[in-house]
Design a protein around this ligand. Structure first.
Ligand SMILES: *Cc1c(COP(=O)(O)O)cnc(C)c1O
Length: 401
């Protein structure tokens, strides 16, 4: 028998009311219909584990943060070869501009972090059949980790989800359905079917553990920078789990005394065709109502309504950050430019963060040489690319130039 991993979870807490719920039992949303957050006994954690212990753990990827995560039994930690994702500088753009390239993770996106935790906890709690709506990357990560853990998976995708995502999800063993609608329509199908089908709903923030996986982006960034943070973080925001998760990580690390210096300004980046958080931020609202007729090439951030909207807006405001929308033409132009001139093929969502950084510098919101981290959340290889090659021979005498 594997030894239980020391973990310091004390309870779950409703993100809206603060009401406490027991850990180690299956939980979805709180009674108030809001996300539940995992709380830890941080004094006990700090007394038992140091940041040097964590940094020295043998796992190359996020499982080395196991003491700050909820999975108790090592045997339940599902792994597909996670790595520490690199901080790739873009020195020709900004002196201290770094891209955290999450496309290097299993299944080619940072959804691996959240789903590795979500599926591992589902396994630990004895769940057998998981379901979720997806714009592509989350479904792929759930399918892969569920296959690894021997759990069943059912996935609903909007019909116009990038084809490569739909195929990879199905190939990795999930029952996969194309739906005539957007992600929140797919979410309704999961909600409607779960009682009858016995599915557990692994939708963004509808269970407490995916966010704990996304939290590891924040811990990893802090560790990589020498236990401190940059001046600003640009995050492509859909459901916002990553932004909320990193903010949670920073507060926990600060409470542990593992983090020195100020917290960063958190910048929520959205596409102009689907910008509910930007609109709510600009209007000074606490919640972000549904965005009608959402459309953008950046499929990962095409989320018209987010259950964690108030937490995204809180983190952005509390950090002195802002929210910015960029349009698809700008996203693709930046993607193409960074690929051809800097040799880094970003996903459209990642390119959106660069566009937002450039705007912020042009508007004087952020110094050109301020240390800033952009999140490239998936490999650019998963998205349609322009066909720039020419036939050989060209047949008109111009080839070979
Ligand atoms: C899911 C996803 C996002 C949005 O992440 P959230 O944390 O849910 O806001 C951004 N980019 C890509 C590539 C994604 O797959």
């Amino acid at each position: 028998m594997a030894e239980p991993v020391p973990t310091f979870v004390s309870h779950l807490e409703c993100s809206a009311t603060g009401a406490a719920y027991p850990a180690d039992t299956v939980q979805g949303l709180s009674d108030a219909g809001k996300p539940l957050l995992v709380r830890y006994d941080l004094p006990a954690l700090g007394a038992a584990v140091t940041r040097a212990d964590v940094a020295a753990a043998p796992d190359p990827g996020f499982w080395r943060y196991a003491p700050l995560l909820p999975v108790r039994k090592a045997a339940n930690r599902l792994s597909l070869g996670e790595v520490t994702t690199p901080l790739v500088p873009l020195p020709r753009r900004g002196a201290k501009l770094l891209v955290k390239d999450e496309g290097r993770l299993p299944t080619g996106s940072f959804k691996a972090r959240g789903l590795a935790l979500g599926v591992s906890m589902a396994k630990e709690l004895g769940l057998e059949h998981l379901a979720m709506p997806t714009n592509g990357n989350a479904g792929a990560a759930m399918a892969a980790y569920a296959a690894r853990g021997g759990l069943r998976a059912t996935v609903f995708c909007p019909a116009d989800t990038p084809e490569i995502n739909v195929r990879e999800i199905a190939l990795q063993g999930a029952e996969t359905y194309r739906v005539d609608g957007l992600i929140h329509d797919c979410g309704k199908l999961v909600g409607a079917g779960k009682a009858e089908q016995g599915w557990f709903d692994l939708s963004t923030l509808k269970e407490p553990y995916r966010i704990e996986g996304k939290k590891t982006m924040g811990i990893e960034l802090v560790e990589q920078l020498g236990w401190r943070l940059p001046e600003a973080i640009f995050y492509p925001t859909g459901g916002g789990t990553g932004l909320i998760g990193m903010w949670k990580a920073f507060r926990e690390l600060r409470e542990l005394g593992w983090l020195s210096g100020p917290l960063p300004r958190m910048v929520a980046v959205q596409a102009a065709g689907c910008a509910p958080i930007v609109r709510a931020w600009e209007n000074g609202e606490t919640h972000a109502p549904l965005w009608e007729n959402a459309h953008t090439v950046a499929a990962g951030i095409r989320v018209p309504v987010a259950v964690g909207d108030f937490m995204i807006l809180d983190a952005v405001r509390e950090s002195g950050g802002w929210a910015e929308a960029v349009d698809d033409a700008e996203i693709l132009a930046e993607r193409d430019r960074i690929a051809s001139e800097d040799g880094l093929l970003l996903c459209p969502e990642g390119a959106a963060t660069f566009a937002a950084w450039r705007r912020a510098v042009a508007a004087g919101r952020l110094a050109h040489d301020a240390e800033a981290v952009l999140f490239n959340c998936a490999t650019g290889l998963k998205y349609p690319m322009p066909d720039l090659a020419r036939p050989w021979p060209a047949g008109d005498g111009t080839a070979g130039g």
